[in-house]
Ligand binder design. Sequence first.
Ligand SMILES: NC(=O)c1ccc[n+]([C@@H]2O[C@H](COP(=O)([O-])OP(=O)(O)OC[C@H]3O[C@@H](n4cnc5c(N)ncnc54)[C@H](O)[C@@H]3O)[C@@H](O)[C@H]2O)c1
Length: 359
Amino acid sequence: MDKKIFNVAVIGCGWIAEDKHIPGLLANKDAKITALCDVMPEKARRLIDVFGLEDVSIYTDYRELLQDEDIDIVHVAVPNPLHCRLTVDALNAGKHVLCEKPMALTKAECMEMIAAAKRNERKLTVGFQWRYRPEALYIKEACDKGQLGDIYYAKAHAVRYRAVPYWGEYITGNNGGGILIDGAPHALDLTLWAMNNYEPYSVKAHTYRKMADRPEGNIWGEWPEDDFKVEDTGLAMITMKNGATIYLEAAWSMNMISRDMTATLVGTEAGIDMQNEGGVRINGVQNGRPYVTEPDMSIPGAPFSIKPVAPMYRESMEFIKAIRENREPFVRPEQAMVVTQIIEGIYESAKTGKEVFFE
Ligand SMILES: NC(=O)c1ccc[n+]([C@@H]2O[C@H](COP(=O)([O-])OP(=O)(O)OC[C@H]3O[C@@H](n4cnc5c(N)ncnc54)[C@H](O)[C@@H]3O)[C@@H](O)[C@H]2O)c1
């Protein structure tokens, strides 16, 4: 496709639209925001004011927005239970879609979304923007080059000290779950991607609602009493078909030093982990001695002449490149589907108390 500028619509004008989608698109010279949609139109109007957007149509019904033939790409940023329906409708309307994470609530929904993308020959990607963090890219390269050897253990960390998002539908139960469909998908995505292993064998998991009545100290303020209907913590032991183990720890609120949206990977040659505040550590044994190294993750060369692009802004840029070059997006929907498949298995295991086996 040799189109110069892509017209983009954002459906859902809440927190992530304001924090990521709109600023990311504004930083993207190949994109123009032409439409916003929210069932609460004041939220769309607010974004127009906050960012000084011009020539943007506002819709309250996404189906009307999808009839606009000038729109090329749709960003789906609505609560999770709506991801599948809106994405499939947008793909059927001939739009390319960047859907927020988690891709959907079930593997079956993800399969429907992927089938719609294939049938309509449109691109579909999912908002796992933390892959663009320099340390995530570094870990991926180290794993792909075999520097860790045989990776047989990993930890996916999505642990926050006190950071419960209580706006919208996060804690009400109307979002499809709690931390396991909020932070956990990011950490799991980073881990599976680094391992390049998308073949889960089984999962045994537990969920907890232990901190839900303790809003004190939450960084975004205290939530109203009785609103908290979902799990605040999820812990899972995932076995992969090749025998590797992944331990997932996810919490919105936990008395443990925060390690959020990060991964630790352990191989026969070396181990590597992402730091919360940026940077990675590699450990192993060389010349008979244990070592720990921390690569310099600052911008090499002449920093004053290089404008770094925030990881979250690269998402829309990479997606448009994939559309233009007619290639697989950086975050492939088939990969995001496995994240959802595992989360679905975690919920089932926590509910039944049994190990869940994947096909
Ligand atoms: N990638 C990330 O790091 C990240 C971070 C936060 C949230 N998210 C994801 O983004 C999505 C939205 O989260 P949020 O924090 O912005 O929530 P939010 O509640 O702040 O915003 C959601 C918006 O969608 C609107 N909406 C609901 N139903 C709609 C419909 N049928 N049509 C149009 N608009 C509709 C709501 O009115 C609301 O304004 C969720 O799927 C969440 O998992 C991703």
